[in-house]
Write a protein that binds this ligand. Structure first.
Ligand code: ARG
Length: 281
């Protein structure tokens, strides 16, 4: 164990796609975090989002921006709109009718930016909200949003092995609210993840224990502030400012933690990762 913890953590430069929260609002309810009676501020959301974007840029990552669209308040959660592995793009298909139109704006962005291998899914697929790439396999969540049949579809379209995981707590309705990849690796045993076990079915917990015996196990406090919605480049981990317990555990394992305030975006049920779609080549 101690050898694992002393491993040098190597950052990998990333390319992200983000959407400014120009039309951010909470005027419908599609997850338990959303309460339209609680006021939200576009200015506060924008300041928090800008700080997140600038944090990535300070780390040396590239951040592309897609134009926000009126009437699509959740478009800021770019992670839900595409899964890109090796330059191959699998678009999204939303469960909620309020978000359906977002998928086409992102598809067009990929077309306009030179992507030729783009597939729009037939099954409900909320992209990186429910898909996490470990470097070798795609971990895939289901239970609330993404259809389990979309897992097979992703495997066929992206040509990568997909491991299905079942979410059981409505507060953690997307995989990226309960699990994230800290360090990718081309063999599954050495990729490192953090997760909140109570969000998963008993069988899925066993799968995670088997695949990731040295995972960072998060507790309820870590999960409740969207700590599992972190973004790691392999060394630097961006976390919500409240996730101090998780941060301490990550620091022990050799990661550098950077905090951001995402309190305004959390009112819609999102955090740092939800705002961040990763473009892998
Ligand atoms: N209000 C949005 C929804 O419920 C939040 C999406 C958060 N995105 C994510 N990747 N978890 O769809």
């Amino acid at each position: 164990m101690p050898e694992l913890e002393q491993q040098p953590r190597v950052p990998m430069t990333r390319r992200y796609l983000m959407c400014p929260p120009r039309y951010f609002a909470v005027d419908y309810v599609i997850n338990p975090w959303m309460d339209p009676s609680v006021p939200v501020s576009v200015d506060t959301a924008t300041a928090q989002w800008t700080e997140l974007r600038d944090t990535y840029r300070r780390l040396g990552h590239t951040v592309e921006e897609i134009e926000a669209q009126p009437g699509l308040p959740d478009m800021v959660f770019a992670a839900n709109s595409g899964t890109v592995v090796d330059g191959r793009v699998l678009g999204s298909r939303f469960r909620a009718p309020q978000r359906t139109a977002e998928a086409e704006h992102f598809r067009r962005w990929f077309v306009e930016h030179g992507y030729r291998d783009i597939t729009m899914p037939e099954k409900i697929n909320e992209a990186e909200g429910d898909f996490a790439w470990t470097g070798k396999v795609l971990l895939a969540g289901t239970g609330f949003r993404t259809d389990p049949a979309a897992h097979a579809e992703a495997q066929e379209v992206l040509g990568v092995p997909v491991v299905s995981l079942r979410l059981i707590d409505p507060s953690y309705y997307h995989l990226d609210t309960a699990l994230f990849v800290l360090a990718e690796a081309t063999d599954t045993t050495s990729a490192q993840i953090a997760y909140y076990a109570d969000a998963f079915s008993a069988g899925s917990r066993k799968v995670l224990e088997r695949m990731f015996p040295d995972a960072v196990i998060a507790d309820r406090a870590d999960a409740e502030c969207f700590g599992l919605n972190g973004v790691s480049d392999g060394r630097n981990v961006v976390l919500p400012v409240e996730a101090t317990g998780l941060a301490a555990r990550l620091t022990e394992r050799g990661y550098e933690v950077l905090f951001v305030d995402i309190s305004e975006l959390r009112k819609a049920g999102g955090g740092p990762k939800c705002c961040t779609l990763e473009i892998r080549k």
